[in-house]
Design a protein around this ligand. Structure first.
Ligand code: R5P
Length: 266
């Protein structure tokens, strides 16, 4: 692995502890103005100080993040579908030239294993890895799940392993029962998505269990930006990922930030 690739990976997965908190705010690429991200800048700005990196599209990056913010960028480079159509029908939507111009630390692309467009998304991943390798830019494979697909260790393990075999440098998946099996059979670092908004305590439990069983961190979106205290949540998640905090201690961080916010508003 060349120096540039290692350097970019170190901007995402912190060499101090081998862990990462990635803030996912890319949802608009197929969901449009989804809840909590109606005005991306308003949501993103207060969270940047607590994120090791942010995952987003080039449109939101250019319009809603100051270049001086100096936060490592994981650029979503796949899309071309909306929630109204077949989601797996994705292609690469950003050229490598633009990714370089935007000085990204990694490029992210979804693969839809078992879907109608499985092959198209897997070949796109392989092509993106070829481009990334040429320029020292790591690729994050996102194991997307269709509506009818099981989120179990067998299926997620299959998706993660295929992503690794095709050359991805990091893979994002979902936490599941038997997550250790997914980790054991995947030779690249694994991070977990938060999924749909759940009560804060459950999202923290999810993060805790994921890192306890081998994930290097999270790529969390809705459970942070749809919380009643997004800053409290990202700080709580950080405590779990980077400071080995218990769920109870992390929850206290969230609650106290929420209380402070309420006092300020009142
Ligand atoms: C899909 O929309 C994206 O790849 C999200 O970045 C991913 O699902 C993580 O976000 P969340 O924690 O909201 O699931």
């Amino acid at each position: 692995m060349d120096w540039g690739m290692k350097n970019r990976l170190a901007r995402i997965i912190k060499p101090e502890d081998g862990r990462t908190v990635m803030l996912a705010v890319d949802h608009g690429y197929f969901l449009g103005p989804t809840s909590g991200l109606e005005q991306p800048r308003k949501t993103i700005e207060p969270l940047i100080p607590y994120a090791d990196s942010i995952m987003l599209t080039r449109g939101v990056l250019r319009t809603s993040v100051d270049p001086g913010a100096n936060v490592p960028v994981v650029l979503r480079v796949s899309g071309g579908t909306s929630i109204l159509k077949e989601l797996s029908n994705e292609d690469i939507t950003v050229s490598i030239d633009d990714a370089i111009r935007l000085n990204v630390s990694a490029m992210a692309l979804s693969i839809f294993v078992g879907s109608e467009f499985e092959k198209q998304t897997l070949v796109s991943l392989a092509k993106l890895v070829d481009e990334g390798e040429k320029h020292g830019i790591p690729v994050l494979a996102v194991t997307a799940v269709g509506k009818d697909m099981a989120r179990d260790a067998r299926y997620l393990g299959l998706s993660c392993r295929i992503a690794a075999e095709l050359g991805a440098h990091i893979v994002k998946t979902y936490y599941c029962d038997g997550f250790e099996e997914v980790i054991e059979s995947c030779p690249i670092p694994v991070i977990i998505a938060g999924g749909k908004k759940t009560p804060e305590i459950e999202a923290l439990e999810l993060a805790f269990n994921a890192v306890r069983t081998g994930a290097v961190g999270v790529d969390m979106g809705r459970n942070i930006f749809q919380s009643d205290s997004p800053v409290g949540m990202i700080r709580a998640v950080r405590a779990i990922v980077h400071e080995k905090a218990s769920v109870a201690d992390a929850y206290k961080i969230y609650e106290s930030a929420k209380g402070a916010k309420a006092r300020k508003a009142g």
